[in-house]
Ligand binder design. Structure first.
Ligand code: ADP
Length: 230
């Protein structure tokens, strides 16, 4: 069985005029299904860049990235959306919810983009919002929800499209301790029970114990890797 993610010698160099920034500087990774991995490191260490490359929304300058056995670095712009659609869900820091749509409508829209509409979409959206504890708030607009609730809608949306790979950038960034914990426990459950591969970029040390593995980035490299106790 091919692993969700295998990279070797992954590099990303940003060029601005004559200045070059090596944001990812040679990353070799193997991520397994059913595991939740924490990507730690100070601001500017390359976490978001690496996550964006893994999510096929940014191309590496060099190196190899295989998603479930398929080498994606040589793919054209026209081929990449197919990979993203089939395998990848993103949870962004700023939630990226549509402000004029309710929680339920935000999920319905994500499902529509996957080709799921009508009653199956309705049922799926309701079930998932209940899973994340928002059954009572499904018809609320984002502005009428707390940060924690909005983040749970973003998690629900990532779940609704049922991708095997979930990539989250600072998912607890704007949350208090309890809400951050709830979101992380939800992601942990998805890895354990649904065998998803979950990668979380964060600098929130309070959630370190959630992970199967943690990696620390510095200057675009993984300088330390630890296995968790869970
Ligand atoms: P982190 O997520 O750990 O804060 P980033 O991946 O955002 O790190 O950034 C890594 C490095 O790449 C930083 O030095 C940052 O300034 C630089 N960088 C990030 N995005 C860009 C960009 N679009 N253009 C130029 N430099 C960038």
């Amino acid at each position: 069985m091919d692993k969700p993610i295998v990279t070797s010698g992954l590099e990303k160099i940003y060029r601005e005029g004559t200045v070059e920034v090596s944001a990812v500087a040679g990353v070799d990774l193997e991520l397994n299904e059913g595991e939740i991995v924490g990507l730690f490191g100070p601001s500017g260490s390359g976490k978001t860049t690496l996550l964006s490359i893994l999510g096929c929304i940014l191309r590496p300058t060099r190196g190899s990235l295989r998603i479930y056995g398929t080498e994606v670095t040589g793919m054209t712009e026209a081929q990449l959306p197919t990979i993203r659609k089939r395998y990848i869900s993103f949870i962004f820091q700023g939630f990226n919810l549509f402000p004029a749509l309710t929680a339920h409508e935000n999920i319905m829209l994500a499902l529509k983009l996957k080709g799921i509409t009508g009653t199956p979409a309705e049922e799926k959206s309701i079930a998932i919002l209940e899973t994340v504890g928002l059954g009572q708030r499904m018809h609320f607009l984002p502005r009428d929800m707390s940060g924690g609730q909005r983040q749970r809608v973003a998690v629900a949306r990532a779940l609704s499209v049922d991708s095997p790979l979930i990539l989250a950038d600072e998912p607890t960034g704007n949350l208090d301790h309890e809400n951050g914990r709830n979101v992380m426990e939800l992601l942990r459950t998805l890895a354990t029970e649904q065998k998803k591969c979950v990668v979380v970029a964060t600098h929130d040390n309070r959630i370190e114990d959630i992970f199967d593995r943690t990696m620390v980035m510095e200057d675009g490299r993984i300088i330390k890797e630890m296995r968790g106790s869970s």
